[in-house]
Design a protein around this ligand. Sequence first.
Ligand code: GLT
Ligand code: MN
Ligand code: MN
Ligand code: MN
Length: 386
Amino acid sequence: AYQPTPDDRFTFGLWTVANPGRDPFGDAVRTGYSPVEAVKMLAEIGAYGVSLHDNDLVPIDATPGERDRIVNEFKRALEETGMKLPMATVNLFTHPVFKDGAFTSNDPRVRAYAIQKTTDAIDLGVELGASIFVLWGGREGTEVDASKDAVEAMKRYRESINYLCEYARDRKYDIKFALEAKPNEPRGDIYTPTTGAMLGFISTLDHPDMVGVNPEVAHERMAGLNFYHAVAQALECGKLFHIDLNDQKPGRFDQDLRFGSEDVKNSFFLVKLLEDYNYQGPLHFDAHAYRTEDLEGVREFAKGCMRTYLILKEKVKRFNSDPEIQGLLQELKHHDAGVPGFDFTYTPAKHQALKAAQFDRDGIGKKGLAYEKLDQLTMEIILGVR
Ligand code: GLT
Ligand code: MN
Ligand code: MN
Ligand code: MN
């Protein structure tokens, strides 16, 4: 049981299992999996596919010939293993040219180069079969607010995303964009810091239908937010194009912990949301093995992410079929307690009915809702005694 298969749609960023464990205070502790090794290892343990940044595969200074050789070798690994590549993205954060932003840089040369690099990365993604293109604006922000007009930055950001949408349309690519928010790190503050802020920004674009979000557990929790709520809002408005699963202690640096290893309850409600609402995109892990691990440990980490998801999925089934829990939830639905002549859509006549309605304010206010019991039962499901 809990053995993943490609039908589960689990994917991993190449950068996750390639991570050598370097941090701002310490050197690499391992040689991570190379792209081809990663594809083979992940196929062995039951993943569906991988995702990548342009430079996870092709070095930034590769010649066109080297690029083609590397890409062809990688394609062969995908074909041999049957692994898919549903998502690609672009690295706009490592090279010093991006030290003060990419699409929002003050320097038009940097903004133009960012668009050139991104359109090339889109070509690469499409060549490898991707239908989702993630944009994480890691350097789009500031430490010194005097340096950049934040209003102007939004205009530049919009101009760039509009450009990329026009490019994809012109090329007739079957690709959609997913914007990933993060409140800070590596910048002191990053623009559009939450998934909610991204949703607001998307509605101002020229082709909002082509653009959705890629929420990440760790990023929302760094901002102290409820990830389950953030994802629910995105899903409800049809914008959950992709998701980055991992875990995180609140208020820390971006920890990218193994999925479900920290906040089991929030992970449970996240899995419940994705399963109950039949999210069909990739279940993508953007997480890293601890710095204490060697390659065997990285493999265990990847297995753990998928296994915990499947365990929680099974807990969700239990929750959904538990008679006592379902009984409590039925009561919360107040089946016959409507207001005569009123149904929450405005017409003058219905509003007259609402105006005439009498509400038992005190009676409603006095009645307990049994949430203590509901939550305890939920915990007992999660803790495995129910
Ligand atoms: C980087 C970042 C992630 C993003 C990746 C996509 S790269 O590791 O911390 O959260 O999803 O650019
Ligand atoms: Mn991410
Ligand atoms: Mn992260
Ligand atoms: Mn990260």
